[in-house]
Ligand binder design. Structure first.
Ligand SMILES: Nc1ncnc2c1ncn2[C@@H]1O[C@H](COP(=O)(O)OP(=O)(O)OP(=O)(O)O)[C@@H](O)[C@H]1O
Ligand SMILES: [Mg+2]
Length: 498
């Protein structure tokens, strides 16, 4: 039986049609993936279903009843919960308060005693297998914990249809496995899920059926068991898709960046030399220290011991400004927390870092900026109507591309990219890998921190695997494969050798 039917949904923003006559059917007790490139209209379709934005045309039937005019309170009451792509928690409130903020009358704040709310939150989180203290402030949680809390909030509300828009971007592999086990259990109990993800392995591990959108139009629907990743990528991207290997071996230059027994919060005694033009991947399970190391070298986290040199010269001073002056640029992970300046336009967001760096230059030419932006927009395939629009009018993946452009713009010789393809579709990922390789060919040194082994294989000359704050293995390009990287990142090698 179908729990949801959306028929002929159309929507335009400022005269631009972003959904054209789209159909979507969700069965009871299934996990249904919506696939599509960045800007294809996935989040917008979900915003229409839940009443966040109004549709121009179309019909919605939920559990046999038409929803004439969806609004957020109405669809929540009907049992539709939406876990947004960007987190929606109240950072200054406690975990249990966020849980009880759901609109169900029996859960209303105040109707329940504080102690009881805490006890119920604790029992619920424990039953889910989520390790979060109900009394903690949301702002104190790790990114992965916040994401799990956001999902727990929707589950707490006992929805019949749950929408998960890229729910795993901040989760480590273990957290993902645990989340998926919970989702499967609920699915088997009859709950339906709409799942949006750009990670093919997740789609195949979790979902029963799929719907593909391209440029706001319905393209295909089917059973996941009857297709493969290549075929889905082709449906999403169209005939232009190529999954070809992009890696090219290059001649590397002299020493670009060198770390000597560097220690800081989350990492210890890391020594490493990266050559000019090299692409070095850093990887490890979340908490392995690789991201913290990057942030510390960039000056965003303190260094406790050890030294950093750039081009053979010790880094003068500490802090982000000193790092940027030495030619280091960094794209941080988790765009919502670290990158988006929501009140600014796309163009202003793009130029933020360059302006910080060149604060002494009073006049910056709008025209020159626009010209450079247009070039980057083309290279990165950014889907935006006008660079004067607010950055939040972009789809999630296109926001990520703007931040990538921001750092490419600073002209730094050493680029740190922390989880750069978060939320980026398969087609654009391939373009970004090409771009990383050509930047390296032009002499840029690139460090990329990622959990995606496929990504490492495509671009990296070497891969530094971290475990528990230490660099435990440097693998050359030929030795990078799923099995080897996992062995070292879980420290299975040492356990076996011991
Ligand atoms: N509030 C808005 N104002 C103007 N344009 C918008 C708004 N919301 C979405 N759009 C546009 O609608 C199109 C579809 O965006 P949507 O967010 O649905 O894409 P998506 O498929 O979720 O992509 P992604 O994978 O990058 O998250 C994009 O071109 C986007 O810029
Ligand atoms: Mg989206």
């Amino acid at each position: 039986m179908n729990i949801l039917e959306m028929r002929g949904i159309s929507k335009a923003f400022n005269g631009v049609e972003v959904l054209k006559n789209v159909d979507l059917t969700i069965e009871e007790g299934e996990i249904h993936t919506i696939l599509g490139e960045n800007g294809a209209g996935k989040s917008t379709l979900m915003n229409i279903l839940t009443g966040v934005v109004p549709m121009d045309r179309g019909r919605i039937i939920f559990r046999g009843q038409p929803i004439e005019r969806p609004t957020v309170p109405l669809t929540e009451k009907l049992g539709i919960a939406f876990v947004h792509q960007e987190l929606n928690l109240f950072p200054t409130m406690k975990v249990y308060e966020n849980l009880f903020l759901t609109k169900e009358p029996t859960h209303r704040l105040g109707a329940l005693k504080k102690r009881e709310m805490i006890a119920r939150s604790r029992a619920f989180l424990e039953a889910l297998g989520v390790e979060i203290d109900p009394n903690a402030l949301v702002s104190e949680l790790r990114m992965g914990q916040k994401q799990l809390l956001e999902i727990a909030k929707a589950l707490f509300f006992e929805a019949k249809l749950l929408i998960l828009d890229e729910p795993t971007t901040a989760l480590n592999n273990e957290e993902i496995d645990r989340l998926f086990a919970i989702l499967r259990r609920l699915r088997d109990g009859g709950t339906s899920f709409i799942f949006i993800s750009h990670k093919m392995p997740e789609i195949f591990a979790l979902s029963d059926r799929y719907t593909v959108l391209r440029n706001g139009a319905f393209i295909a629907q089917g059973r996941v068991a009857e297709t493969d990743a290549e075929a889905l990528a082709r449906l999403m991207v169209g005939p232009a898709y190529t999954g070809a290997d992009v890696y090219r071996r290059r001649t590397l230059g002299g020493e670009a960046l060198s770390l000597d027994r560097l220690s800081g919060p989350g990492f210890r005694d890391v020594s490493l030399t990266v050559r000019k033009g090299e692409i070095l991947a850093l990887t490890g399970l979340q908490g392995s220290g690789s991201s913290e190391l990057m942030q510390a070298v960039f000056g965003a986290l303190p260094v406790e011991r050890g030294s950093i040199s750039v081009g053979g010269k010790a880094l003068a001073g500490r802090g982000i400004h000193a790092a940027m002056k030495a030619g280091i640029a960094m794209l941080p992970a988790n765009r919502k927390e670290n990158s988006v300046v929501p009140d600014m336009t796309i163009l202003e967001n793009t130029y933020l870092s360059e302006h910080t760096l060149s604060a002494r230059r009073p006049h910056i030419s709008r025209r020159a900026e626009q010209k450079k932006f247009d070039a980057l927009k083309k290279t990165l395939n950014i889907k935006a109507e006008s660079s004067a629009n607010p950055v939040l009018s972009l789809s999630g993946g296109n926001q990520q591309k703007v931040f990538l452009a921001r750092w490419l713009n600073t002209g730094g010789d050493i680029l740190f990219l922390d989880n750069p393809t978060q939320g980026i579709d398969v087609g654009s990922k391939a373009e970004i890998y090409q771009l990383i390789l050509s930047l390296a060919e032009s002499g840029k040194t690139i460090l990329i921190n990622t959990l995606e082994i496929g990504e490492i294989q495509k671009v990296a000359d070497r891969c530094a695997v971290f475990y528990d704050g230490r660099l435990i293995k440097l693998l050359p390009h030929e030795a990078i494969d799923e099995h080897t990287v996992m062995m070292y990142s879980t420290n299975a090698v040492e356990t076996m050798e011991a």
